[in-house]
Design a binder for this molecule. Structure first.
Ligand SMILES: Cc1cc2nc3c(=O)[nH]c(=O)nc-3n(C[C@H](O)[C@H](O)[C@H](O)COP(=O)(O)OP(=O)(O)OC[C@H]3O[C@@H](n4cnc5c(N)ncnc54)[C@H](O)[C@@H]3O)c2cc1C
Length: 414
């Protein structure tokens, strides 16, 4: 069955669904193709910075998503052997979004999708993968998508295609757009969850922490429902050698790295199914626009979890792409020149945030005798200067204003 639409968004993650909602609310016809059959899938990353929270609230989805369960974190802490080196106190930032919010992506996507589905112009095909681009004279005119279980291909013709299909973007590679992966401080991360006792004393601050006790640094935060989310960082390719020695050996390493959770780790990490290994890197596509094609979120630029920026930037991309795409469809021209203002607006901020994340990674993850001597001194120096307050505001709210164009949204319904 052929479909004709204004915008075909490939990927129903935070970037794709935020953009889809903005576009349908502006009266455009939007078709989303999503590879997964349901929202019941594995997600990485759920910490939302204040800037992203504010935009999602303006869109009317933050409150309903929070109602499914969320955890507010007061501080970001960098700790070494029990000593706090950096205390990023979010409560000192201007309210009302002065916290790091742990909001499971499933909750966010449920509400974005529900809001999209209230609009007639919206269609989503779940369990459907983009497999080819339709091109005419170098201009992207649509997508061929394959369904699950050998169902026939779907042809989606569109005025513009948006690649929101994540860090290993198929659309990006089909379009022949190069990608520069940055290996500097790239790591593997072993993610796992532990059960956490209910939080009884709500006067005590709740923290997102990167700590180093013994061995490699660990990222930890409280998530819902009553869980601790932990990420143990290790050098690229280092896991296989450890895994060859069995799960017991991995458990011993985790206990060394996070001794305060030793009992929980020993009780709850009993097999390789309880951990997942992730390749963490950053990088950027060489172009974010082509004739008839625009890239957003991780498909355009990928970020390490350090500093919790990926979802934030994905939402900000969607907000910036929205007016550009509305104008392109209304003006009947989705050529690269028409789409270029989006890339001109977003690239400088993404590059600045990437540089900040590199500094953060160097500060948190570097190993060796020199770095362990220098780190506490550098951290103490940095956290006492006004520069640190300014950097925290940039990490929290972004480095350049991104305003939601409410004037382009139809007044009725969300
Ligand atoms: C270990 C880890 C921890 C992280 N922690 C955080 C954090 O705490 N906070 C934060 O802000 N960011 C975090 N991030 C980054 C964050 O997860 C991403 O930046 C964010 O999800 C990007 O959103 P997106 O919509 O661009 O892409 P994605 O979330 O990757 O969504 C892409 C969607 O496209 C679909 N798709 C893929 N290929 C196809 C295809 N061919 N056809 C159709 N659909 C397709 C996928 O199924 C998926 O639903 C973390 C990343 C990692 C790796």
């Amino acid at each position: 069955m052929d479909i004709d639409t204004d915008i075909c968004v490939v990927g129903g993650g935070p970037a794709g669904l935020t953009l889809a909602l903005l576009l349908v609310r502006s009266g455009l016809r939007v078709t989303v193709l999503e590879r997964s059959r349901s929202l019941d899938r594995a997600y990485r990353g759920e910490i939302l910075q204040p800037g992203g929270q504010a935009l999602l609230d303006e869109l009317g989805v933050l409150g309903p998503a929070r109602a499914h369960g969320a955890v507010e974190h007061d501080r970001f802490l960098l700790e070494e052997h029990g000593r706090v080196l950096i205390d990023g106190d979010y409560r000192r930032l201007p309210g009302p979004y002065n916290c790091l919010l742990s909001l499971p992506q499933r909750h966010l996507l449920t509400e974005l999708l529900a809001a999209c589905e209230r609009h007639e112009g919206f269609r989503q095909f779940a369990g459907t993968k983009a497999t080819a681009l339709i091109e005419e004279g170098g201009f992207v005119r649509g997508v061929v998508a394959g369904g699950a279980g050998g169902s026939p291909d779907r042809v989606v013709r569109a005025r513009c295609v948006v690649a929101a299909d994540g860090r290993f973007s198929k659309v990006r590679s089909l379009a022949g757009i190069g990608y520069r992966r940055q290996e500097l401080f790239s790591q593997d991360v072993l993610w796992f969850r532990l059960s956490a006792p209910p939080r009884t004393d709500t006067r005590r601050p709740c923290d997102v922490r990167v700590f180093r006790a013994g061995g490699n640094p660990v990222l930890s935060y409280r998530s819902v429902p009553e869980a601790l989310q932990l990420g143990w960082t290790l050098p690229h390719g280092g896991f296989r050698k450890l895994a060859d020695r069995g799960i017991g050996h991995i458990v011993d390493q985790l206990v060394d790295a996070a001794p305060e959770y030793a009992d929980l780790i020993r009780q709850e990490i009993t097999g390789f199914g309880d951990v997942s290994l992730l390749d963490v890197f950053s990088g950027s596509a060489e172009h974010w626009v082509r004739d008839g094609l625009l890239l957003i979120g991780d498909a355009a630029h990928t970020h390490s979890p350090i500093g919790a920026q990926g979802i934030n930037l994905a939402v900000r991309d969607a907000v910036a792409a929205h007016p550009v795409l509305v104008e392109a469809v209304r003006g009947g021209d989705a050529g690269a020149a028409r789409l270029a203002p989006y890339e001109r607006q977003r690239r400088p901020e993404v590059e600045r945030i990437t540089r900040i994340q590199q500094v953060q990674s160097r500060m948190m993850l570097s190993t060796g005798r020199i770095s362990s001597t220098v780190r506490p001194r550098a951290a103490a120096l940095v956290s006492r200067t006004p520069l640190y307050g300014a950097m925290l505001r940039r990490i929290a709210f972004g480095t350049a204003p991104v305003r939601l164009r409410a004037d382009l949204l139809a007044g009725a319904g969300r």
